[in-house]
Design a protein around this ligand. Structure first.
Ligand code: NDP
Length: 454
């Protein structure tokens, strides 16, 4: 359905060429809309350029450390193995360039005009390019500007980095302090620890990965401590001091000894990227976390402006932004309304070892259901069987005691994210524990534990 309206230059102007924005632009253009997108940094956005994708490549690099440690147990002699950060960093950067080009060529193929500039909203149907001052009009504007790392206030923030800068470090830091204990903090703590840095995680409370099941969090804490990651809990960053030799000294609010570091990575959450975006020019009041409030269709308080992805601060995950962008484009330009479902969204933390979950935690289920049953499996992954390191995996199924429906699956151990993606289908489909029990195990595998819990 083409909607070209001569009054405007474009049917749709998308601000932000990340996961949600690119998907919306491509699908809308495919439905016949005249589309433009503006991107102030690089086409691809956080996930592709400085998030999920380069992070996962670093996670693979980190896992070699484990494999090398185990190799001797399996009869291999690997003499003189060393790690070179610039080789990895540059290989990752080249892959990011490749994906950036692929995204750009997708937009080109779909005839989506690209403005490599910062666009700011100047009214319900107009945006202005920051560097050229050019005004562009569109019947509809889609805000897909994502989120930006939060830097809490303390002295010496200028000496710290966020996940935006971590991929470009000139050398592998000998000592890393990671502030925060969420996804980014624990993923990078695991990466640097495995690559050989001394890592200290500093967190304001003693709760890591707050949204995950407590048994997974406890297990991850135990296992990462055993791998050598130090934790300083109930500690805030008071001051980061730059010493004469260029190294850093991190002063904490817990009254304990300051921590020496070469890199301080702050991972204290991400906030909707709306500063200076001009949405108030179109009558849109931001939420208290700077997010763009939207209705179920992604529409803001201004009828011609929509928003998708992290900027709406609903679920900060790439696949969700992609779904929201796709649903928006289908609804607006093909008359096909698809509701984005927010329940049973699987997620993973690519820590070492990784953990993954879908559905309700045990605590959430106990609050919401009259009777629940919990099944657990605490096992030694076969791959570790020869290893001196006793690192056990743990799986948990949370089941509604009345209907037998599986409400949640939680797992920590090698390949947990790969296993959980498939298991999430069962939770989304509302399958029961009896369905799991009726499924024959795939032996020998780690995934088989899922159907063997009694
Ligand atoms: P998270 O929300 O996961 O964790 C933030 C951490 O910082 C928490 O430990 C939090 O503590 C702490 N914190 C928050 N505010 C402050 C503050 N002012 N001072 C000190 N500490 C603070 O955020 P991340 O930055 O790790 O990641 C952002 C988002 O990106 C995630 O929520 C996730 O949606 C997404 N992401 C997903 C990944 C994946 O799917 N694997 C990987 C990376 C990111 P407290 O618990 O007390 O609030």
């Amino acid at each position: 359905m083409t909607v070209n309206d001569a009054q405007f230059e474009y049917d749709l102007f998308v601000i932000g060429a990340g996961s949600g924005g690119v998907r919306a632009a491509r699908i809308a253009a495919g439905h016949g809309a005249k589309v433009a997108v503006a991107e102030e940094f690089r086409i691809g956005g956080t996930c592709v350029i400085r998030g999920c994708v380069p992070k996962k490549l670093l996670v693979y690099a980190a896992q070699f450390s484990d494999d090398l440690a185990h190799a001797g147990d399996y009869g291999w002699t690997i003499a003189g193995a060393t790690f070179d950060w610039p080789t990895l960093r540059d290989a990752v950067a080249r892959d990011v360039d490749r994906i950036n080009l692929a995204y750009t060529s997708t937009l080109n193929t779909n005839q989506v005009a690209q403005y490599l500039d910062r666009a700011e909203v100047t009214g319900p149907n107009s945006v202005r390019m920051k560097s050229t001052g050019q005004t562009v009009t569109a019947k509809t504007i889609l805000v897909a500007t994502g989120a930006w790392p939060i830097m809490p206030e303390f002295d010496g923030t200028e000496h710290c980095i966020t996940s935006n800068e971590v991929f470009g470090l000139p050398t592998l830091p000998r000592r890393v302090v990671v502030a925060g204990a969420g996804y980014i903090a624990l993923e990078f703590a695991g990466i640097f620890n495995a690559l050989g840095s001394a890592v200290t995680v500093v967190n304001r409370s003693d709760a890591i990965l707050r949204s995950y099941d407590i048994d997974l969090r406890d297990r991850l804490l135990t296992l990462t401590r055993a791998r050598g990651i130090a934790y300083r809990f109930h500690a805030t960053l008071d001051r980061v001091e730059k010493c004469a030799d260029g190294s850093l000294l991190v002063h904490l609010g817990d009254g304990g000894e300051p921590v020496p570091a070469d890199v301080v990575l702050v991972a204290a959450g991400r906030r909707a990227n709306t500063a200076g975006l001009g949405l108030e020019q179109a009558g849109i009041a931001l939420g208290h976390r700077g997010e763009v409030p939207v209705d179920g269709d992604g529409r803001t308080a201004c009828p011609s402006i929509y928003a998708v992805g992290d900027v709406t601060d609903r679920v900060q995950l790439t696949p969700v932004a992609i779904r929201e962008g796709h649903a928006f484009a289908d609804a607006q330009y093909a008359g096909k309304k698809t509701a984005v479902s927010y329940d049973a969204i699987p997620s993973a933390v690519f820590s070492q070892p990784p953990l993954a979950a879908v559905g309700l935690t045990e605590a959430e289920a106990r609050r919401q259901f009259a009777a629940i049953k919990v099944f657990t499996s605490d096992f030694r992954p076969m791959k570790n069987i020869f290893s001196q390191r006793v690192e056990r995996g743990f799986y948990k199924l949370v089941v509604d005691g009345e209907t037998d429906r599986v409400l949640g699956i939680h797992m920590i151990g090698p390949d947990a994210p790969e296993i959980l993606q498939a298991a999430a289908i069962a939770v989304k489909a509302g399958l029961t524990k009896a369905d799991f029990d009726a499924t024959v195990a795939l032996h020998p595998s780690m995934a088989e534990e899922l159907v063997l819990m009694r």
